[in-house]
Design a protein. Structure first.
Ligand code: NAD
Ligand code: UD1
Length: 345
């Protein structure tokens, strides 16, 4: 059985779906601070299979001990955490407490239960601002610009120390670039609370008429159209990569090989903000209003993944392109204009 913490959230729910379809039994632990169980009900509708759901917090050691004694867990995929970059600058302690203390508590409980296979959601933010715009795993980590980013880097360092101290640990650190999109069914997707911070949820709320226009943050970057470029990756490709990474580390013979693996997850193809707007217009069939606004503090002009290591070591590459990302987002947004929110009990 696989424990997926944060499994009712955006990336977690898509990964739970992929795990169930691959034949795994799944336990989801989520405190529902940023999600609802409607995503899990939808997954059951799509797959005909149900994950066990436990409402609770990764910082609750007693609950974790009970969970590991009640279920035979082979591996843990940890999505649970706070992720809003702006909020993290205002509430740093909440971010370190939830993300870093939460990860340590979970790892301690795993260690005591003898469960030593762990897949971690990290981010391209750990590279900081390197000289190059193509990020390879061999680049040194840099200085993330927010407490959120630093919490990810701290956990990466903790995981390296843990694996060095005990080579029975099998750990996959997955550095995501910019996850977007939704399951092709249009039944599960990203459900941001309040006004979205990230580009694609914002564009799709403009498209549905909930927001009047998009602010394009800066058109004077050193890029072909002047707007900033990112490596957007479809959430279903990301979910598949979690399955592949988990399977790969579980197979490692730790007597011969280090089982601390770091993989970038991106497509390797960056797109500008204006290219994203245009592609969304093609998917939804009407114009998206936008205004050029000043640059957003902390933004970088352009970066994208060198994802060749994941291809070489996992046989994984992103299969879905820009039009899939946009069409699937639009299907989810137009079928669920209020996300899951109106269904909450
Ligand atoms: P999300 O907020 O949709 O999912 C996180 C889930 O964890 C939510 O369901 C939330 O209720 C739960 N949670 C939060 N704190 C918890 C705790 N202490 N105990 C139990 N459950 C808790 O976010 P997401 O976009 O699915 O992101 C998943 C992970 O991937 C996060 O760790 C995030 O930092 C990381 N990540 C996300 C992105 C992105 O763009 N979405 C990029 C890089 C990394
Ligand atoms: C942001 C975070 C990053 C996190 C990632 C998760 C910052 C500085 N970085 O990345 O740490 O891992 O989200 O997905 O917050 N844009 C607009 N208008 C908008 C929103 C965004 O023009 O209303 C632009 C941004 O300037 C950027 C691009 O769209 O160039 C993508 O922005 P966003 O989706 O927020 O992702 P990142 O900033 O790359």
């Amino acid at each position: 059985m696989i424990l997926v913490t944060g499994g009712s959230g955006y990336i977690g729910s898509h990964t739970v779906l992929v795990l169930l379809q691959a034949g795994f039994e799944v336990v989801v632990l989520d405190n529902l601070s940023n999600s609802s169980t409607v995503s899990l009900e939808r997954i059951a509708q799509i797959t005909g299979k149900k994950a066990v759901f436990i409402k609770g917090d990764i910082r609750n050691r007693a609950l974790l001990d009970k969970l590991f004694s009640d279920y035979l867990i082979e591996s843990v995929i940890n999505f649970a955490g706070l992720k809003a970059v702006g909020e993290s600058t205002k509430k740093p302690l909440a971010y370190y407490q939830c993300n870093v203390h939460g990860a340590c508590t979970l790892l301690e409980a795993m260690n005591d239960a003898g469960v030593k296979s762990f897949v971690f959601s990290s981010s391209a933010t750990v590279y900081g601002e390197p000289e190059t715009d193509c990020y390879h795993e061999n680049l040194p980590t840099g200085h993330p610009t927010s407490p959120y980013g630093r919490s990810k880097l701290m956990i990466e360092e903790i995981l390296k120390d843990l694996q060095t101290s005990d080579n029975e640990w099998k750990i996959a650190i997955l550095r995501y670039f910019n996850p977007v999109g939704a399951h092709q069914s249009g039944k599960i997707g990203e459900n941001p609370t309040g006004i979205p911070n990230n580009l694609l949820p914002y564009i799709s709320q403009v498209a549905i008429g909930k927001l009047p226009y998009l602010n394009v943050f800066g058109d004077d970057y050193n890029t072909p159209d002047g707007t900033a470029m990112r490596d957007y990756i479809h959430v279903m490709d990301l979910a598949e990569a979690h399955l592949d990474a988990m399977n790969a580390i579980m197979k490692i013979n730790t007597a011969n090989e280090s089982a601390l693996k770091i993989w970038n997850l991106g497509t390797g193809q960056p797109y500008s903000v204006l290219e994203m707007v245009k592609a969304f217009e093609d998917a939804c069939g009407h114009d998206i209003k936008y205004k050029i606004a000043p640059r957003r503090a902390g933004d970088i002009a352009k970066f994208y993944a060198d994802a060749s290591l994941a291809k070489a070591e996992l046989g994984w590459t992103a299969k879905l392109g820009l039009s899939d990302m946009m069409e699937d987002t639009w299907r989810w947004q137009s079928n669920n204009p209020n996300g899951y929110n109106h269904l909450l009990k």
